[in-house]
Design a protein around this ligand. Structure first.
Ligand code: NAD
Ligand code: TDX
Length: 356
């Protein structure tokens, strides 16, 4: 019998890369992708694998308790990899409640459904994996790294909601014995990322000669990991991680925002045949993000040491591949930016969008 795996948020940026990896690498698994298709979810991301026999898409909302319970009753999931979330810090500052609903209530709904579904089974064969972020640890000064034992200190509504969901996942492990594993990853970049996050936003703006809004002085530091490498880490942790454990994921790749932006501008000039310096002239310093965390930096040595994971590309390679993808997929960018893509996909995919 096939192993049944539920991936939530599989139509989003990281989720679509993970669904593709799992569908292709594990033909003996059946992958169900549950996604609400918010502004960030896009079935076009999965067009290449949507007809595979071991893949099913279900449209649904993780905050809908009855729907989630029914989904777990109608399917016998052996594993859940939970990525569905509201994921953009700036949106969380403008509208925190959506983050509480999806990231906290939605996660607890899934935990409850898994607990009920697995209560009489062999728990050794089950696993609930929560995909989380390094932002739960707060903000670093120039020194130090986040480890798995760093105290939680979330400082934005987004990171507070992710911290809360992490706590619920661990609480279900300790209280009810639910088999769980968690990971906290640094900033991802790569293809199919919604152009509201720094790298795809700036690529897209450069292509339209629009200003590049650098928050504050541009001195904040982020630790960047290619999305494909994040997914290879999730694969390893899902299969080999120890029950109840947390693993930090990161690529030892810190960049001050402004330094990264200058490299991006230079690469964009080269790849589009513009005169050197053209893209950089679009750099515009703007009012800082409220509560802007200064620095994130991940110590991923536990994952490397215990599970033998390491990233597959350098930042230069990953960024170059990412830019090439955006240059070749201008149509994707214009769909998701136009705000019309929801109705566009309704037309494209018709009944498949109505859920089951
Ligand atoms: P994303 O915003 O690109 O995708 C989120 C997906 O979740 C979308 O497909 C959306 O439609 C779906 N979704 C949202 N609300 C839903 C709901 N109520 N019910 C069902 N589906 C819903 O996000 P991403 O960047 O791919 O992040 C995925 C996960 O990884 C998130 O949990 C995020 O916190 C975590 N994470 C992201 C990063 C990063 O750099 N992007 C880093 C570390 C961890
Ligand atoms: O227009 C911008 N200008 C700017 O200076 C944007 C969108 C961002 N920034 C800065 C803010 C951050 O210091 O760039 C840095 C990166 O910003 P984002 O791409 O918004 O990412 P961040 O806030 O660091 O959070 C990301 O990494 C951790 C993801 O969005 C989260 O989902 C993930 O958990």
């Amino acid at each position: 019998m096939k192993k049944q795996l539920l991936i939530t948020g599989g139509a989003g940026f990281i989720g679509s890369h993970l669904v593709r990896l799992m569908v292709k690498k594990y033909p003996g698994y059946h992958i169900t992708n549950l996604d609400k298709l918010t502004y960030a979810g896009n079935l076009e991301n999965l067009r290449d694998i949507e007809s595979e026999p071991n893949y099913t898409f279900v449209r649904g909302d993780i905050t809908d308790t009855a729907f989630i319970q029914e989904l777990f009753q109608n399917n016998h999931f052996d594993g859940v990899i939970h990525l569905a979330a509201e994921s953009h810090v700036d949106r969380s500052i403008a509208s925190p409640m959506e983050f509480v609903l999806t990231n906290v209530i939605g996660t607890v709904n899934l935990l409850n459904a898994a607990r009920m579904a697995w209560k009489d089974g062999d728990l050794a064969q089950k696993r609930f994996y929560h995909v989380s972020t390094d932002e739960v640890y707060g903000s670093l000064t120039d020194e130090g790294f986040f480890t798995e034992t760093t105290s939680y200190d979330p400082r934005s509504p987004y990171s507070a909601s992710k911290a809360s969901s992490d706590h619920f996942v661990r609480a279900y492990h300790h209280t009810y014995g639910l088999p769980v594993v968690l990971s906290n990853c640094s900033n991802n970049y790569g293809s199919h990322q919604f152009p509201e996050k720094l790298i795809p936003l700036f690529i897209s703006n450069i292509l339209q000669s629009k200003p590049l809004p650098v928050y504050g002085t541009g001195s904040n530091v982020r630790d960047w990991l290619w999305v494909v490498d994040h997914c290879s880490a999730i694969d390893v942790i899902f299969h080999q991680g120890k029950d109840g454990e947390t693993y930090n994921i990161g690529g030892k790749n810190e960049w001050q925002n402004i330094e990264l932006i200058k490299v991006l501008c230079q690469l964009m000039d080269e790849k589009t045949g513009q005169k050197p310096g053209t893209a950089a002239r679009l750099i515009t310093y703007v009012t800082d993000r409220a509560g802007h965390d200064f620095r994130y930096a991940i110590d991923a040595s536990k994952l490397e040491r215990e599970l033998g994971w390491s990233p597959s590309v350098t930042f230069e390679e990953g960024l170059s591949k990412t830019i090439d993808w955006y240059l070749a997929n201008a149509e994707w960018v214009s769909h998701v930016r136009s705000g019309e893509y929801a109705s566009y996909y309704e037309k494209q995919y018709g009944d498949r969008l109505k859920g089951n």
